[in-house]
Design a protein around this ligand. Structure first.
Ligand SMILES: Cc1ncc(C[n+]2csc(CCOP(=O)(O)OP(=O)(O)O)c2C)c(N)n1
Length: 589
């Protein structure tokens, strides 16, 4: 029997439901492998992404009778990114599987990516039998050693009786507190080992006790500072998304009329078209967000780790501000930016505590007016004359206009990622799915696969990709076709690894060393060869029709937009610079 596609499974499930056969049958535990699968079932895992191989085969075999769906990816990196995006979109842990050796090392980029963005990804890797560990056996790598610095925790399972509990703990830990990736290395003798011991329900280790509520006295002091601020500014990071705290965050902003900027992972926590929202700040953030950061007297930062792409130079970051820092991870407090008012706890809960402690909002009408003025002074715009090559910003706006407010957008890494996040108007969290901290080219397409399978169904999934990024994981198109997934890939094709070309023009006297493609595939034809639909667009008047047709096609589609190769991303704060010294053109750099 070949693996069933997602659509086939959905049909079978619908038939089962009609026949009144709705409940999944739990896997019977007879071995370490079946115990691991049973633990995943206990944890409510419905979908996993992976690639088969020798050392992980017992686990795959145990999946044969399980109701968990498995999506066979083309490459393990794709499996990790798909699992990552599955988590970002659904909030549920994403699970990926790989064999030992190259399977496990191929996962590494995706695990590191999840670690940087605090995404709950669980990796299960096969390992050589324990008595061969250390012998340089075929496909042996020290997977726990390699992944120790890039996981929240990892495990080497050594006992068939307890492996299920270990897998359960890995799933529970990945998704609790500050989320992050976990990994369980599964030696073949353990997964093949006999046991009838059923794993318990997934539990975090007893020693893991993230703090939910902030200290009341500290809350009262911070609330007093907010009341007294003249130029308060809220900064919502990805932690607000992870904590499902967008509602509390919006309520706090609107009740006290405090302007909001977000980080890139925090996009959508506040509707970007809201009067109080100044969009996202940092290297390529809006001029008005960066001006607000530089002039606020009280920065109320929630769920952010103050990444350097946000802060620029630490010494010039928010120079006039005291900082309230709300974070569930104490390790983030005063790590990069000194916190005058540290509040450790869950984002939503601490915002409620602050709300309870506040007697009145700050008196900040003049400041709000100033923020509005900056918005008018530094609008996000671009020139799109008809007689010049297609501008990427125009393409992003066309895609945004043609899709619903619920559309999910994934991206690769580079200029296109910035244009997508700048020119798409996001109104909800979990709709912008990108590689922020690690900046992994190739993230977009496998992420679109994970996003599609995590979504409830109706919304469009659009991957805005670069030509270079697309080429890094293009093989995953075979998965989208096989699984019949409705995704639209929009390649902003400048025949360059464009962000590198932009930096070469700005900082390396225009020497385009290894930045241009002297030849590049015809992506529309490549898509058709994979069994997807493909379009090529060169002119403005072709954009709307191609977008409409691709979105209407119920399956994977690729539009190869040939854009202006000379277009650059602005505003730009040079690395380590001050946020209010953003350039709007190359001459200003
Ligand atoms: C895996 C990986 N390798 C290298 C880089 C360095 N890098 C950052 S952006 C970029 C260019 C991306 O090119 P493309 O995907 O075509 O997007 P564009 O910038 O042209 O929109 C490169 C090479 C990276 N981020 N990730």
């Amino acid at each position: 029997m070949s693996e069933r596609t997602t659509k086939q499974r959905e049909t079978e499930e619908a038939t089962d439901a009609e026949a009144g056969d709705g409940d999944a049958t739990p896997t019977q535990v007879t071995s370490g492998a079946t115990s691991a699968v049973r633990a995943l079932e206990n944890a409510g895992i419905e979908t996993m992404f992976g690639v088969q191989g020798g050392a992980i085969m017992p686990v795959y075999d145990a999946l044969w009778d399980s109701d968990i769906d498995h999506v066979m990816m083309a490459h393990e990196q794709g499996a990790a990114h798909a699992a990552d995006a599955y988590n970002v979109v659904s909030g549920r842990p994403g699970v990926c599987l790989a064999t030992s050796g190259p399977g496990a090392t191929n996962l590494v980029t995706g695990i590191a990516d999840a670690n940087m963005d605090s995404d709950a990804v669980v990796a299960l890797t096969g390992q050589v039998p324990q008595d061969m560990v250390g012998s340089d056996a075929f496909q042996e790598t020290d997977t726990t050693g390699i992944t120790a610095p890039i996981t929240k925790n990892n495990y080497f399972a050594s006992d068939a009786d307890t492996v299920g509990d270990t897998v359960g703990e890995a799933v529970a830990l990945a998704g609790s507190g500050r989320p992050g990736p976990t990994l369980v290395d599964l030696p073949k003798d353990v997964t093949n080992g006999e046991t009838d011991r059923e794993p318990g329900m997934p539990q975090t280790p007893e020693t893991y006790t993230p703090q939910d509520e902030a200290d009341e006295a500290a809350v009262a002091t911070a609330a007093g500072a907010i009341e007294a601020a003249e130029r308060p500014l809220l900064l919502f990071g990805g932690g607000v998304v992870k904590a499902e705290a967008s509602e509390e965050a919006r309520a706090f902003a609107t009740e006290y009329e405090i302007p909001v900027v977000t980080t890139m992972p925090g996009i959508g926590t506040m509707p970007e078209d809201h009067d109080l929202c100044l969009s996202w700040a940092g290297m390529h953030g809006t001029g008005y967000a960066n001006m607000a950061i530089n002039h606020t007297d009280l920065l109320i930062a929630v769920g952010t780790r103050f990444d350097d792409r946000l802060t620029g130079g630490i010494e010039t970051f928010a120079p006039e501000a005291e900082v309230v820092h709300v974070d569930i991870d104490p390790a983030e407090i005063s790590k990069n930016v000194h916190a005058d008012y540290p509040l450790i706890g869950d984002a939503g809960r601490v915002l409620e505590q602050l709300d309870d402690a506040m007697e009145a909002g700050p008196d900040a009408e003049a400041w709000r007016e100033q923020c509005r003025t900056w918005r008018e002074e530094y609008p996000m715009d671009y020139k799109a004359p008809d007689d010049e090559p297609l501008k990427p910003q125009f393409v992003v706006e066309a895609l945004d206009e043609a899709t619903s407010d619920e559309a999910i957008v994934t991206s690769g890494v580079g200029q296109h990622q910035m244009w997508a996040s700048q020119y798409w108007t996001f109104r909800e969290p979990r709709k912008w799915v990108s590689s922020h901290g690690l900046g992994t080219m190739g993230y977009g397409l496998p992420a679109a696969i994970g996003a599609r399978l995590a979504s409830d169904g109706g919304e469009e999934v659009v991957c805005v990709d670069g030509d270079g990024s697309f080429l890094m994981t293009v093989q995953e198109l075979s998965v989208a076709v096989r699984e019949d997934l409705d995704i639209t890939v929009a390649i902003l094709n400048n025949e360059y690894i464009g962000m590198v070309r932009q930096w070469q023009d700005a900082f390396f006297e225009g020497r385009h060393m290894a930045a241009g493609y002297s030849w590049i595939p015809e992506f529309d034809k490549l898509a058709e060869a994979f069994g997807a639909r493909g379009w090529r667009v060169d002119d403005y008047d072709e954009v709307a029709d191609a977008v409409e047709e691709a979105l209407a096609y119920d399956g994977p589609s690729v539009i190869d937009f040939h854009i202006d190769p000379a277009e650059n991303v602005y505003p730009m704060v040079p690395s380590g610079g001050a946020n209010d010294k953003f350039a709007l053109s190359e001459e200003q750099l």
